[in-house]
Design a protein around this ligand. Structure first.
Ligand SMILES: C[S@@+](CC[C@H](N)C(=O)[O-])C[C@H]1O[C@@H](n2cnc3c(N)ncnc32)[C@H](O)[C@@H]1O
Length: 429
């Protein structure tokens, strides 16, 4: 496909996403199935275009003074990819498979409008209804934070210290230009390819051998703050596919015991294969049978991780679709889920133990507010000082990472160069 033909296809796919209200991944997959002539390079470039349009949906539309997929594409090409009126004319040339030439209105909009004149939520590409809570989270930095969440994210890896060292893995992944991440001692970062294409790290022999996992540096830091130690008894209550379980097994050097469970057994299922590839031998997976099977752990755990279900607003760089699909009702549902998992997790913590609460959200409703509600009902739990959490994560200061109410640390692309994560540690008396 020519670059111009890819633009026409990107407009078609965004139209499909919006008219049928379907997830971007489904629309991209279907387009690929019904256009077999498109090669993997075309499909990757199209995915890059569509996700970039979603990242910059509000600002692009404002710039073009139009709400259409075509306007979204033109605005994104200017705002995100640095195209100009002149360069766009070469692509929007009306030739076979290329989009129609720019109209007079489009040219006027591009020549006269400046994004700095737009409302802050538009400049930040944050849904209007969420702006109040976004501002509560980030105050004067809110626009900068939204813009950082509208960028593409690199691919972060965590070296599995049960099998390899970071130096050894860096040497192995040198052809992919891997570098050490700045904060996590276990982190490596692999840059994206042209068109935002993700490097095929899972095809590497070192991945097959279990030397690393794909895990954002912010998620690694959340695990470091939880500070699982060799010999401890640990419950990972919302283990999902096991990202943090695997991190704990390595941090504990396979010593002690981790219980990994999740209310959704389909999400938990991949953990078995991942544990065996990683050589993690101190994990008991508790697959739920209708109910979670953890009553026998009550009051026995040194540490319980509640990596809670949330809106995922901290991962908008990777999943910009979620930003526009989020609804007030689902945010309220996630808050109820958070109350339930915190309550369930608290029961398993032994006196003197700790409950670690993590979300991949930047919204105060899901972070400080959920912790506040929990503490109101659990007077035997006390939040750890932020200095202690920041030190565990290797931060030189802590004030810059304090959440809006100071009940935990708030990581974000702008603050820590990671996905957005909230982390707090609550000690049981
Ligand atoms: C953020 S994800 C976990 C990610 C995982 N810890 C990782 O690091 O890869 C949240 C998980 O919580 C699970 N969950 C939701 N409600 C739950 C509940 N009441 N009890 C246990 N798990 C629950 C979801 O199925 C989902 O897998």
């Amino acid at each position: 496909m020519t670059p111009a033909a890819r633009l026409s296809a990107a407009i078609e796919i965004l139209t499909d996403i919006e008219t049928r209200r379907r997830p971007a991944a489904d629309a991209l997959k279907d387009w690929g199935l019904s256009h077999r002539f498109a090669g993997s390079g075309d499909r990757a470039a199209l995915a890059g275009l569509v996700y970039d349009m979603l990242r910059r949906r509000a600002s692009s539309r404002w710039l073009m003074e139009a709400e259409t997929p075509r306007a979204t594409l033109i605005g994104m090409l200017v705002l995100q990819r640095g195209e100009t009126l002149e360069s766009l004319a070469g692509l929007f040339n009306g030739e076979r498979f290329a989009p129609e030439p720019l109209t007079t209105e489009e040219q006027t909009a591009l020549a006269s409008r400046k994004l700095a004149d737009a409302a802050p939520d538009i400049q930040a590409d944050v849904p209007h209804w969420l702006w109040t809570s976004f501002e509560a989270a980030f105050g004067a930095d809110a626009v900068k934070e939204g813009q950082a969440l509208a960028e593409r994210a690199p691919v972060d890896l965590r070296v599995n210290t049960l099998k390899a060292s970071r130096e050894k893995l860096l040497a192995e992944l040198e052809p992919l230009h891997a570098t050490a991440t700045p904060l996590s001692a276990w982190g490596l970062r692999v840059p994206l390819g042209p068109d935002g294409r993700s490097p095929a790290v899972q095809a590497e022999e070192s991945f097959q051998k279990g030397w690393f996992e794909i895990q954002d540096e912010g998620s690694q830091l959340a695990g470091m703050i939880a500070a699982a130690r060799p010999g401890e008894q640990v419950l990972d209550l919302c283990a999902g596919g096991g990202g943090k379980t695997l991190e704990f097994a390595a941090a504990m050097d396979n010593k002690g015991q981790i219980f990994a469970t999740d209310s959704d057994k389909r999400r938990l299922a991949p953990i078995h294969e991942r544990l065996s590839r990683a050589g993690a031998r101190n994990v008991q997976v508790r697959t739920p049978r209708g109910a979670l099977l953890i009553e026998d752990l009550d009051g026995h755990m040194d540490m319980v991780l509640v990596d809670a279900p949330c809106s995922g607003s901290g991962t908008w760089r990777r999943n910009p679709d979620a930003k526009w699909r989020l609804r007030p009702s689902s945010l309220a549902d996630r808050q109820k889920d958070q109350a339930a998992v915190l309550k369930a997790g608290a029961k398993a913590v032994k006196p003197g133990g700790r409950l670690v609460f993590v979300t991949c959200s930047v919204l105060p409703e899901e972070n400080d507010a959920s912790v506040q509600a929990f503490l109101a009902d659990h007077s035997d739990f006390t939040p750890a000082p932020l200095q202690v959490l920041a030190k565990a994560a290797g931060f030189s200061g802590f004030a810059r990472f304090a959440s809006s109410q100071g009940l935990g640390l708030q990581l974000s692309p702008n603050r820590s160069g990671t996905d957005g994560f909230f982390v707090t540690v609550l000690h049981r008396a």
